[in-house]
Design a protein around this ligand. Structure first.
Ligand code: MRU
Length: 353
């Protein structure tokens, strides 16, 4: 992705590996500061996923793949059984970080099953590095192809609504929902994006808007409750969102609030597309009801986070001291509300009974 660092245009991926460190764009610092966070071992990498320094389904998948390399690098012996035990423990730790995004499980499974084929520890170490790099490259390539498959849905000056951040920051590169929008911009279609702010973590207003600024894509941030109003007024032509997990019947889990946008889109006759790579499809999950929905801490709802006039991070309490809160991070949108799922292999549609 293009990033303007101190007035200079640079190319970045969301996550990569340097030596034994996993490097990632520090997302809680955005949009105010662009910094790189470096995790030293797989435990720190797990914490980075848990604390959302890196977030978004494909991005946490690639991060965990690199975390598996860090686990392999920790091993100093020659015994393959001991090595496998360590790898298995690391896999369990990494996948415990967040429950909903399937890419996390997909990535860790893929690296672990490749390592199982190694005959010696040194072979496994070499394999791990190669497999994780290939995983990240493939993930970026998948998102690029999602852009190519979905760009046709964006017409000249289309007005698109998106929810949460499903851009390059949520992936290794390109994004899922933002990938067709980027390509439409490169092709001169001048798309306009309505960015849901996406309370409580505000991935829309903090991250999606930041990405759109890097790409010079025109947009407005709207509060989460405003989408229905703009749909009713005929100001939104199409909705494109990402997904964290897709069930066999085409139900999808995505950031909390996606479901109501889908219902509103149907009510207003607006096409509602989901963009996701194959690594988000959980074939063992029959319907959306089987998807584990993460419930995060109350603080995210009861307070707001930002920076003060000196650029220092601050948290401001916005609710009565003794109010409780509920904070589901995702919801399930039934397949019947989804016009199509844009994947790297084309568009999928499901029966709408
Ligand atoms: O809680 P987050 O920020 O990890 O949630 C991210 C989303 O819900 C994205 O929309 C989703 O991962 C799909 S985009 C790649």
């Amino acid at each position: 992705m293009k990033v303007n660092v101190n007035g200079e245009q640079q190319d970045y991926r969301t996550v990569w590996m340097e030596g034994s460190e996993v490097c990632m764009i520090d997302q809680p610092k955005l949009p105010h500061r662009f910094e790189i966070y470096r995790s030293k071992d797989y435990r720190e990498t797990t914490d980075a996923i848990k604390n959302m320094i890196v977030r978004g389904a494909p991005a946490i998948g690639a991060t965990a793949a690199y975390g598996m390399v860090q686990a392999a690098l920790e091993f100093s012996g020659n015994d393959m059984e001991e090595f496998s035990n360590l790898i298995h423990e690391a896999a369990a730790t990494l996948t415990s970080a967040r429950p909903t995004a399937y890419d996390l499980f997909h990535a860790v499974d893929e690296i672990e099953s490749k390592l199982r084929k190694a005959k010696s520890v040194s072979e496994a170490l070499e394999l791990a590095r190669k497999a994780a790099k290939e995983y990240a490259d493939k993930s970026a390539e998948r998102c690029k192809k999602i852009g190519e498959a979905g760009e046709k849905f964006i017409k000249e000056n289309s007005r698109i609504l998106t929810h949460c951040n499903a851009g390059a920051l949520a992936c290794v590169d390109y994004g899922t929902a933002l990938s067709p929008i980027r390509l439409a911009k490169y092709n001169g279609k001048e798309p306009f994006v309505f960015v849901d702010e996406t309370r409580p973590r505000c991935q829309g207003s903090r991250l999606t808007s930041w990405e759109l600024i890097q790409e010079e894509i025109d947009h407005s941030i709207i509060v989460d409750n405003a989408a229905g109003h703009f749909m009713q007024k005929g100001e939104i032509d199409i909705v494109i969102v990402g997904a964290d997990r897709i069930a066999k019947n085409g139900d999808i889990a995505n950031k909390i609030g996606t479901y109501e946008k889908a219902v509103l889109a149907k009510e207003n006759g607006i096409p509602f597309y989901v963009a996701a790579p194959e690594s988000t499809f959980d074939r063992r999950c029959a319907t959306g009801a089987d998807i584990a929905i993460e419930e995060r801490g109350e603080d995210e709802v009861l307070s707001m986070f930002g920076i003060d006039e000196n650029g220092n991070p601050v948290s401001i309490k916005i609710s009565p001291g003794n109010s409780k809160a509920r904070n589901p991070a995702f919801d399930v949108t039934p397949a019947k509300y989804i016009t199509g799922i844009i994947t790297e292999n084309g568009i999928l549609t499901y029966s709408h009974d």
